[in-house]
Design a protein around this ligand. Structure first.
Ligand code: SAM
Length: 218
């Protein structure tokens, strides 16, 4: 597949999207810049291309979705990524969120449960210059062989906070994860202040596809 085109029209649409995200309360300039830089339409099926800059989630095949830009911005802002940090993303999907983390200077490890999405995204991201490490498997249990991580981001809705993920977080590290029922989840941010002390903060409601697996939905 050839590298898709990024026209002035797309660039203008991205600027408008960034403006909308600012109006909705996103403040972190590095996050807004990354969204302004990464062409979201590269991650879309040709039939849906004209929708790429709407602030909505869209199907990416395999019954899965690319998250709404506001959700990507909100989760990324909560993570507060510093360049060089080691980040685990659970739920690679289209690779868009992994691309945003990469543009923020993170060393990204991303794991996807669905083998077709894993194969597709692993082939696609290098073609648009995004270098992250891809894994296929059950991310509800984290990635113990690569732990500890400075930040962990879960992009699917979990029934509970997986204890494996807290274990694999470095002291000072943060886990951002939507937790709730299959329809609606509260966004949580858990900061590992010491080996034994976790600060838990609760934010707005979101609606994610379910996190499957051992420490997800059965
Ligand atoms: N971050 C993605 C993006 O930028 O396109 C969107 C993620 S989509 C909302 C959720 C993804 O999580 C799906 O691709 C789904 O297959 C994946 N998923 C669900 N359970 C998982 C698990 N236990 N481990 C890894 N990935 C999982």
């Amino acid at each position: 597949m050839l590298k898709p085109e990024d026209t002035y029209l797309h660039k203008g649409q991205r600027k408008e999207l960034v403006k909308k995200l600012q109006e909705k309360g996103i403040k972190n300039q590095a996050v807004l810049d990354a969204i302004n830089t990464l062409p979201r339409h590269f991650f879309f099926d040709s039939a849906l291309l004209s929708h790429a800059y709407q602030d909505k989630a869209f199907p990416i095949g395999e019954g899965q979705t690319i998250s709404q830009p506001y959700t990507v911005a909100f989760q990324t802002e909560l993570l507060d990524i510093r360049p060089g940090e080691k980040v685990l993303e659970i739920g690679t999907g289209s690779g868009y969120q992994a691309g945003i983390l990469y543009l923020l200077g993170a060393k990204v490890h991303t794991i996807e449960y669905n083998s077709n999405l894993y194969e597709r995204t692993k082939k696609f991201l290098p073609k648009i210059g995004i270098k992250v490490k891809h894994y296929c498997g059950d991310g509800s249990q984290g990635l113990p062989e690569q732990a500890p991580f400075d930040k962990i981001l879960v992009t699917a809705g979990a029934p509970v906070v997986p204890t494996s993920l807290l274990k694999q977080l470095d002291v000072g590290g943060r886990l951002v994860i939507p937790v709730g029922d299959r329809k609606t989840q509260k966004m949580l941010r858990l900061t590992k202040q010491t080996e034994k002390k976790i600060l838990k903060e609760t934010f707005d409601n979101f609606s994610f596809v379910p996190l499957l697996g051992q420490e997800g939905w059965k």
